[in-house]
Design a protein around this ligand. Structure first.
Ligand code: DPP
Ligand code: ZN
Length: 861
């Protein structure tokens, strides 16, 4: 496998000004005729990308090419001596969508045809410059059997349609130049719903949401989400939609969540379908967020795209930031922010601390698909958020306007974005580039609190640990916005609030506002709102944490104080120091306060009942720890909290019952969230099986049904069998069946591996449907630490075998799964050794994909 480097970027020697595609869909093979109009911009041989294509013919300017005029490599088509003035290259290739299990390029899903071209899937359709800086005008014609494929779609406007015999065709023209990764085609037997949106400048847009006929009753929420997103982008950024039609197509087999192809989004069903009986409140939120995300890409991604894939965060970080803030506006700002920060602290910080750590703009890759990561996406979004924090909303908006004004219709870099932000605000953002070049989670430490006269000052310092190829000693200080507030312990009042810009290794800052007495009379609320993607550290007493947990007016930091209290209790339990301190008492007090906070937002109360998870806690421990011991400490504290507060839990649980019809308003979502958090805790405390069954029976929606099934999943009881049986029997769609698989694969039960092996043998299990597969296998590896890390290595062996087997059919899915072994250096020698051996075994597998090879070899370093 070849490693590509960011520093090696070179412009293309030919431009492809236009491309005309013709798809002739036959039973086994689809013939793709591509006509490219090329203009030399540098000259020399023309080397196009192509993979798994059967070349039928090739001609230049209407003349069939002699065999020695070109050469076919494994992944290339080379025309040795192209004409020196503009010319036309026409190729005909055959592809077999039904055999395409990679789900990249043109493939079949439930008998329908669809495409996925990002990042490098277009080369599996025809020979092309399959890279984002090659922007061309596309036309496309599709011809297929009328009965089997009644619906034919591609990007842009439909400009022709006809039929003859049992075949029909449609042709399309996309008025916007685009890179190949945004090309899409769909042909199938689909149903759907239709809506309308009128843009602020008066364009009527026809909105179409498509799915298999059996799922058409679950599309309303997507349509609603799309309309909200269109309106929000107009109001917030002044950005309007630019075509007359917008399609969203739901397909069952899909590697990612969704794809923003111009005017023709293709979605994983999991991110489109939503109905009360089949989707949880979390699913509704995900649909809202992902529909919006793909819509927002029309500007941040499609109108302005990436020059090369190293710049992926240019469109993804920005678009995640846009979808996060959209959801904050649509639901609850505080709740959404905490949910997003949880992802950062568990998944993203873990990636930063492991072998796959990379800057949000990576320096090299073997398989680009491996870099659709929580770092590029979520940390990328936090970096965008920091621009907004530093510049303020009006300044940020000015920067966005300038960015679109300067770069509309082109393929650009993260530096171009940063320059737009700097130039629009006349500020220097040179140092800010380090967020793009340096990997790892910085630590910001507060020390030296002082009162000089009547001024409170503090010192902040920063550091960042070693990451692959970047020793800590070579890292330069980041430009970090640190939002802080000062509280008076006696009055509980806020003295002052400031945004400190930390630019050096260590700096001293002052609050304004008059203070008296000793620094210990005050408490600092540090990194409010998670103002930067860093770990904040300060020495706080248990009392100070309790103070912040109840007095801080920043909901994120109030929640964070509670998290720190829980963390102390769990880590004390882990190290055996539990008896020595009062950490468990403080945890119980915090837990009880959340239950008793009757006037608080129920969603926030539920979040305050949740203790940090395995991954986050593991990051606080030195390397070499026993992961099962950590699971046990975690579980013992969770049980202790539930048992200590069982009276309050029962009270709150009972008070939240409602038989009102289902809706997704924040108040109802919050009520269910809190009530189901109580249920989970009561189940943990024990003796709640009967009540859990009743919860299941009474449930009016999937959120409540699933909560009951999860509550019962951890213990081999007759109630568990009863509810799981009913759950499966009554599953309203395939996504519900996925939940049934996942809840068992993640259950913290003694028979977990046994269960998972049974699930893999179940008739409804599938190795070719990524949702189904991941619901079982990836869930086990990622969400069942006690079973995955079983001391005898049985969990590891199971996942190793799955990686090897799945790599034969779907490289992207296998590579992700292989990432489960990346943490081997964190654990005790025995487990680390077993995990490392799995990686070595994987690496030496014959015919291993470059995707999995890259993850395994990086993990071994
Ligand atoms: N489908 C992925 C996303 O929207 C890649 N663009 O983030
Ligand atoms: Zn995206």
């Amino acid at each position: 496998p070849v490693e590509k480097f960011r520093k090696d970027y070179a412009a293309l020697p030919y431009s492809i000004d236009s491309v005309d595609l013709d798809f002739n869909v036959q039973t086994d093979e689809t013939l793709v005729t591509s006509t490219l109009k090329l203009t030399p911009t540098g000259g020399g041989p023309l080397v196009l990308d192509g993979e798994d294509l059967r070349l039928v013919s090739a001609e230049v300017d209407g003349k069939e090419l002699p065999k020695d005029a070109y050469e076919l490599g494994e992944e290339t088509f080379t025309l040795h001596k192209p004409p020196s003035s503009p010319f036309t290259l026409k190729t005909v290739v055959g592809i077999e969508p039904a055999k395409n299990t990679q789900l990249s390029g043109l493939y079949e899903s439930s008998g329908n045809l669809c495409t996925q071209c990002e990042a490098e899937g277009f080369r599996r359709i025809t020979y092309f410059y399959d890279r984002p800086d090659c922007m061309s005008a596309f036309t496309c014609r599709v011809e297929a059997d009328k009965k089997k494929f009644p619906i034919l779609l591609s990007n842009g406007n439909e400009v022709g349609r006809g039929e003859s015999g049992d075949r029909h065709w449609a042709s399309f023209e996309d008025p916007f130049k685009k890179p190949s990764y945004l090309f899409a085609l769909v042909a199938g037997d689909l149903g759907g719903i239709q809506g309308k949106f009128t843009t602020k400048s008066g364009r009527d847009v026809d909105l179409r949401i498509w799915s298999e006929h059996r799922n058409c009753d679950q599309l309303d929420w997507s349509l609603e989400s799309l309309k909200r997103a269109m309106k929000w982008d107009e109001e917030t950024y002044g950005l309007e939609y630019d075509l007359d039609v917008y399609h969203v197509v739901a397909v069952e087999d899909f590697n990612m969540g969704a794809m923003e192809n111009k005017g023709l989004n293709v979605f994983n069903t999991a991110c489109v379908l939503a109905a009360p009986q089949t989707a949880t409140d979390g699913d509704y939120d995900r649909v809202l967020g992902v529909v919006a995300h793909e819509y927002f890409h029309n500007w941040s991604g499609n109108r302005v795209t990436c020059r090369d894939w190293f710049q992926l965060t240019l469109k993804e970080g920005l678009t995640v930031y846009r979808d996060q803030t959209f959801t904050e506006d649509q639901t609850s700002r505080a709740v959404k922010r905490i949910d997003d920060v949880r992802v950062m602290r568990s998944a993203q910080f873990a990636q930063d601390a492991g072998p796959m750590a990379h800057p949000i703009r990576p320096e090299s890759y073997v398989a680009m698909d491996n870099f659709y990561t929580v770092t590029v996406y979520n940390k990328g979004a936090e970096v965008i958020r920091m621009y907004a924090t530093l510049l303020g909303w009006p300044g940020f908006r000015k920067g966005m306007d300038l960015y679109f004004q300067r770069h509309d219709g082109t393929a650009v870099t993260c530096d171009d974005f940063r320059s737009a932000m700097a130039d629009a605000n006349s500020v220097d953002l040179t140092q800010f580039e380090r967020w793009y070049t340096q990997a790892g989670t910085p630590t910001v430490t507060l020390s030296d609190k002082k009162i000089d006269g009547e001024t409170f000052s503090l010192t902040l310092s920063q550091s960042c640990a070693d990451t692959p190829n970047q020793p800590a000693s070579e890292k330069q200080p980041f430009h970090i916005p640190v939002s802080c507030a000062l509280f008076d312990k006696k009055t509980g009042k806020k003295v002052d609030e400031q945004l400190f810009e930390l630019r050096e290794a260590s700096q001293t800052f002052s609050f304004s506002g008059t203070v008296t007495g000793s620094p210990d009379d005050y408490v600092v609320s540090l990194l409010r709102g998670f103002s930067a993607p860093v770990t904040a550290k300060q020495e706080l007493t248990q009392d100070e944490l309790l103070f912040l947990a109840s007095n801080d007016d920043d909901s994120l930091n109030r929640w964070d104080a509670a998290q720190q209290i829980y963390t102390r209790a769990i880590l004390d339990e882990f190290t055996g120091d539990a008896g020595k301190g009062d950490s468990l008492d403080a945890a119980v007090a915090t837990f009880r306060a959340a239950l008793n906070d009757k006037s608080g937002d129920p969603s926030l109360r539920a979040l305050n009942l949740a203790v940090p998870g395995f991954s986050e806690l593991g990051l606080k421990l030195d390397d070499g720890f026993d992961p099962v011991k950590l699971c046990e400490a975690l579980s013992s504290v969770k049980k202790a909290l539930a048992r200590a507060c069982s009276t309050e839990l029962k009270e709150v649980y009972a008070s939240l019952y409602s038989d009102a019809p289902y809706d997704v308003e924040a108040a109802s979502v919050g009520r269910r969230r809190l009530r189901n958090a109580c249920l989970a805790n009561l189940a943990r405390a024990g003796g709640f099986e009967q009540q859990s069954v009743k919860h299941y029976e009474d449930a009016q929606c999937m959120t409540d049904q699933l909560a009951a099934a999860v509550a019962l999943a951890g213990e081999a009881t007759k109630e568990r069998e009863e509810v799981l049986g009913k759950f499966y029997e009554s599953a309203g769609n395939e996504l519900v069946v996925n939940k049934w698989f996942a809840l068992q694969a993640s259950a913290d039960a003694d028979d977990a591996l046994e269960t998972v092996k049974k699930l893999v043998a179940h008739e409804a299990f599938s190795r070719t449907n990524p949702n189904r597969y991941r619901a079982v296998v990836n869930t086990f590896a990622g969400a069942n630490p006690r079973a995955f890390h079983a001391a005898d290595g049985s969990g590891y062996a199971f996942i190793r075998d799955e990686v090897i087997q799945t790599d034969k059919t779907n490289n992207q899915v296998a590579a992700r799964l292989c990432g489960s072994f990346g943490t081997w250096k964190k654990y005790d020698a025995k487990r680390g050794g077993l995990m490392k051996a799995c990686l070595e075994e994987i690496v030496k597998t014959e015919g291993l994909s470059k995707d999995t090879f890259e993850i395994a070899t990086r993990s071994l370093k």
